[in-house]
Design a protein around this ligand. Structure first.
Ligand code: SF4
Length: 431
């Protein structure tokens, strides 16, 4: 039950007569458990609330437009704490974090509500019957579901959870109820690749259009795996074979259902030493948060931004992860040629995570500092904004301000290809 802190002027709640201090017991005959319920209730034309006022139960109602906000502000957050996961996945990145990082990074969340709202991946391996039924009633779509493999026995092994709910019946049931979901398979060689990956693709494709896409992502291995299950990395040869298969399935899907449906993460192409597909290949970038099409989108944005450059470039430096270096170097060369920029491009080795981690988004502030200390930096240093948390702190705890102070130049986080080019080349004035 939630206590009302304030009621928006002119809202459905005000028209119904709800007051600050009222306790909302139920809306339209159902308990209000969280933000997902609240948004779902906002979708209805009727607003009928059961409230407690000075210990007296009242029923208040009003008419509203479909999707009009009810207009209630509560005394506590509607989402509350995330549910945490009880799996012990063999590849879990949280288990591979170095010690001493900020506490929140060690939290293993598994909450379908955050999957719906933020696009976080969930395994649905321990979801209760009541929550399945609630998410179906709330038409929670799209969800982001970590399938990994549809071989149930193998999935339980990968999740380190012998009581994980079977995934096939759950996905079929969601599909029958019209719930849509994006899916992923984190590939651990020997566990869920080869024939098992084919079976996973085939099963999920069979659930299209409820299953919207499948991202094939290579396992990320850090240098902090002491005491954990031994895992093989995805080698360049494996990456080439996987891409070959994925591209074959994409063609099949394009012919059969009009979408590529299955996509390999950027890391596969980088590891395989193959050219990245163009931006169009990713059909709207629905799995971009999963590193699928990230680089293609960045390059595409930069290409567009170059069109409005004046030809006057900055003297600056850029630091990237080892993966992105060749692409960023090519872009920087273009900025040198087209805008006359003077640029220094550096690749930073990831000593924070070590192992095979080479993406820009997981660089620590100290990695960047080590990579560029004593080197030519020009007037500013560009870094990937994805390496920073919301409060401008790197994963290793260094702040953006501290990095800037240590280097003696402004450090600019760059979120996309437009910002990248705009930071390096002066823009034409708009008429
Ligand atoms: S579901 Fe697996 S990978 Fe995700 S947090 Fe839990 S243990 Fe880690």
């Amino acid at each position: 039950m939630f206590e009302v802190k304030a009621v928006d002027k002119g809202s459905a709640a005000e028209r119904a007569g709800i007051l600050a201090g009222d306790i909302i017991v139920s809306v339209n005959g159902e308990a209000l458990l969280d933000y997902v319920d609240y948004i779902s209730f906002c979708a209805h034309k009727n607003f009928k609330a059961r409230v407690l006022r000075n210990r007296k139960a009242l029923t208040l109602h009003s008419r509203k437009d479909e999707h009009e906000d009810i207009g209630l502000v509560f005394t506590r957050p509607l989402l509350g704490k995330k549910s945490v996961c009880s799996n012990r996945c063999v590849f879990c990145f949280v288990d591979q974090l170095p010690r001493g990082m900020r506490k929140s990074l060690y939290v293993k969340d598994e909450d379908w509500r955050y999957s719906l709202i933020m696009g976080n991946y969930v395994t649905m391996s321990t979801i209760s019957k009541a929550e399945i039924s609630r998410l179906m009633r709330r038409k929670a779509s799209p969800l982001y579901i970590s399938v990994h493999t549809v071989d149930e026995r193998q999935r339980r092994i990968m999740l380190g959870n012998q009581s994980a709910l079977p995934i096939r019946p759950l996905l079929r049931r969601l599909a029958r109820r019209g719930i849509c979901f994006h899916t992923q398979a984190v590939i651990c060689p020997g566990f869920n690749d080869g024939k098992r990956l084919f079976d996973t693709y085939r099963f999920l494709r069979g659930l299209y259009p409820s299953a919207l896409s499948l991202a094939v992502v290579p396992v990320g291995l850090t240098g902090h795996r002491e005491g954990l299950c031994s895992l093989l990395p995805v080698t360049p040869q494996m990456a080439r074979e996987t891409i070959k298969e994925v591209e074959k399935w994409q063609q099949e899907c394009l012919n059969g259902i009009g979408t590529r449906f299955v996509f390999a993460a950027d890391e596969y192409y980088i590891r395989a030493g193959l050219d990245l597909p163009s931006a169009e290949h990713y059909e709207g970038f629905s799995q971009i948060e999963n590193g699928v099409g990230l680089m293609a989108q960045f390059l595409d944005e930069a290409k567009e931004a170059f069109l409005s450059c004046t030809g006057k470039g900055a003297h600056a430096s850029i630091v990237t992860g080892e993966d992105a270096y060749p692409y960023i170097k090519t872009l920087a060369d273009k900025a040198v040629n087209e805008c006359g920029a003077r640029l220094h491009v550096y690749a930073a080795k990831n000593d924070t995570f070590s192992g095979g981690v080479s993406v820009s988004g997981l660089l620590g502030g100290h990695d960047i500092l080590r990579a560029v200390s004593g080197k030519a930096l020009g007037e500013k240093l560009l870094i990937s904004a994805s390496a920073l948390r919301a409060d401008n702190v790197f994963l290793d705890g260094m702040t953006l301000g501290a990095l800037s102070a240590a280097l003696g130049v402004p450090v600019l986080p760059v979120a996309d290809g437009y910002a990248f080019v705009q930071s390096l080349c002066e823009e034409k004035q708009k008429e």
